[in-house]
Design a binder for this molecule. Sequence first.
Ligand SMILES: CC(C)(COP(=O)(O)OP(=O)(O)OC[C@H]1O[C@@H](n2cnc3c(N)ncnc32)[C@H](O)[C@@H]1OP(=O)(O)O)[C@@H](O)C(=O)NCCC(=O)NCCS
Length: 234
Amino acid sequence: MAPTNVFRFRPATIAAGDDRWFVEAWDSTLPYLASIGSTSQWQYVPSNLPGAVSKVKKMVTESDISAQKYPTSSPEVLEDGAVPPLDWSKAYVAEIDVKKENLPAALADKYSNIQGDVVAIPVGAMVLQGKSPEYVRAVIPEQDEKDPFIFLAFLMTDHRAGGLAKGSGSALLNIAKEEVKKLGLKRLCGDCWRGNGRRLVGYYDGQGLKAIGDFDVPKNEQDSWEGAVTEWRA
Ligand SMILES: CC(C)(COP(=O)(O)OP(=O)(O)OC[C@H]1O[C@@H](n2cnc3c(N)ncnc32)[C@H](O)[C@@H]1OP(=O)(O)O)[C@@H](O)C(=O)NCCC(=O)NCCS
């Protein structure tokens, strides 16, 4: 059996350049998605699309601002009525230590100049938010005062890292579940593409995030992006 990877987690920040790495990691998933017949999960190469770059930058910037405004993830954030503030947000990076000699070829140039025999490389990215995006409105509201949730807005692993990244997505989801509990909540929601035989929905199901409803986002007059909202309950 392959050894289990051990990850460390830290906030993603603009100061650390994580927004740029998020885009690289996003790009790195494309050959994998193509290989499993899921090219349509995302319609573009993120780094070539200014909108995607600014979307990622916005998410990490909002997390920076939220860290200043809400320095602890504790019940005092939620004191009155236990509904997360809509501007609450937390972006994470999962890192792993790797000996330079074991760096995957695709990352050797990027990290081999860092001092020391062992380097900490980012392998997984996640963003949690205090509100759901507009496009899932057919299934859940922006926030639900009677049944509040944290929304999983972004999750991916750096496919250039190969086996070193395996399990970092799942480990980040465990962090998300812990975050929900720390905030005194009981519900984590997210969304994902449901094309290609609901394969990604199946991944989330295996992680305890069960599909609670489907939605469609029109791409043009003939076609739409098929999504599903998922939910985990503490
Ligand atoms: C989804 C993801 C974060 C899970 O990370 P992880 O928990 O570390 O798990 P792994 O990467 O080992 O993937 C586990 C299984 O999930 C499945 N899976 C992952 N991404 C998938 C996708 N986009 N579509 C369908 N299945 C997917 C695969 O079956 C994989 O099994 P395999 O090892 O046999 O290929 C990561 O695989 C990833 O970045 N995928 C591509 C980007 C993506 O789809 N992000 C989610 C957007 S909602």
